[in-house]
Design a protein around this ligand. Structure first.
Ligand code: P6P
Length: 337
């Protein structure tokens, strides 16, 4: 048994006390995110038992077939977050436009951006999947959330994190560079997220792991190919070689990178010139977590946190993980960014 049992609610209150100006509204927002995560976790973990696997037949804005759990997760988050008075609007991977707060509910000063269930194509084969979330301050006058409130650079995020639904359900979040990264594991027997990974720091020196879909090698630029050749080359003056680990579920690949170190990459290629991953609700939140844990996140030439998206669903190349390995990646591909 750990020396003390700290629930996520207690942790959020303790963090609020460290910020005298905190209104408490922000804390309440984080509680509601944790609640939504518990509800989604229950359904994801029963997916094999309850007939919610398979497809709804609907197609989302990304042109991808929507699986029932996608729908469910999307609805849980919207219904958990839309009436509490914290938000002026929401943005979801599943919705083409901004999600407005119904007029019957009070509006607040925050914007929630999220990918309700990333990696959902892995649901049927029991691979861990995840929810990714990002919180910004409203920056325009008036109550109603606007595009300008959503299209902010990642460095301005108030909070960011993810939930990974795997062998256990974990919620990992940060409220910025000076507050650290903290991981909470769900104890389903009491329905509480308990602090299990306080002050996560990405290991340095990192594990020598690279994570990329090597099937696309032929579609990469020459500098990107040379970077992979370097990482694959075992005989470099006796230097210890690298291992390749690629799950194909962003939250799972990032969670391993955060805890063990390494380099996750989703580079641009001839079919996806901006890469595949979305800035607002995938790259930017994970970049904030990574940097707050002592790592780096780059688009190949600059920090992802400095990228200002032009559209809600803009994509970016992503090089994420241990600083020394992201620096190495930039030394190869930086000139072309
Ligand atoms: P690829 C899952 O569909 C996802 O959006 C991320 O979770 C994952 O990192 C990526 O796509 C995998 O893409 O092209 O390697 O199959």
């Amino acid at each position: 048994m750990r020396s003390k049992v700290v629930t996520i609610d207690r942790h959020i209150i303790d963090q609020e006390r460290e910020h005298p100006g905190a209104s408490g509204r922000f804390s309440a927002l984080l509680y509601d995110i944790a609640l939504a995560a518990k509800i989604i976790s229950r359904e994801v973990n029963q997916a094999g038992l309850v007939d919610i696997l398979g497809k709804t037949g609907a197609i989302n804005v990304q042109g991808e077939e929507v699986r029932r759990l996608d729908d469910f997760a999307q609805e849980v988050i919207v219904k958990a977050m839309d009436h509490a008075g914290h938000l002026c609007c929401m943005v979801s991977e599943e919705c083409d436009e901004i999600i407005a707060i119904p007029d019957k509910f009070d509006k607040g000063h925050y914007v929630l951006l999220f990918d309700p269930l990333d990696g959902s194509s892995n649901i049927d084969v029991n691979v861990s999947i995840g929810t990714i979330f990002s919180v910004h301050h409203k920056v325009t006058p008036g109550e109603t959330g606007t595009l300008a409130d959503c299209l902010q650079p990642g460095r301005k995020q108030l909070a960011a994190g993810y939930v990974i639904y795997g062998s256990s359900t974990m919620l990992v979040y940060t409220t910025g560079m000076d507050s650290g990264v903290h991981g909470f594991t769900l104890d389903p027997s009491i329905g509480e997220f308990l602090l299990s990974h306080p002050n996560i720091r990405i290991p340095n020196p990192p594990a020598r792991i690279y994570s990329v879909n090597e099937a696309y090698y032929a579609r990469w630029s020459r500098p990107q190919q040379r970077l992979l050749d370097h990482l694959r080359d075992m005989e470099r003056g006796g230097e210890q070689g690298y291992r390749s680990r690629y799950i194909g579920s962003l939250v799972s690949d990032f969670h391993r990178t955060l805890l063990q170190g390494g380099l996750f990459m989703y580079p641009p290629d001839t079919r996806s010139p901006d890469g595949k991953l979305r800035i607002l609700y995938e790259a930017a939140p994970l970049a904030l977590v990574c940097e707050a844990a002592g790592g780096r996140a780059s688009d190949g030439g600059r920090d992802v946190l400095d990228v200002v998206p032009r559209g809600l669903h803009d994509r970016t190349p992503l090089f994420l993980g241990s600083s020394s390995l992201v620096d190495l990646a930039e030394s190869y591909v930086g000139s072309e960014s």
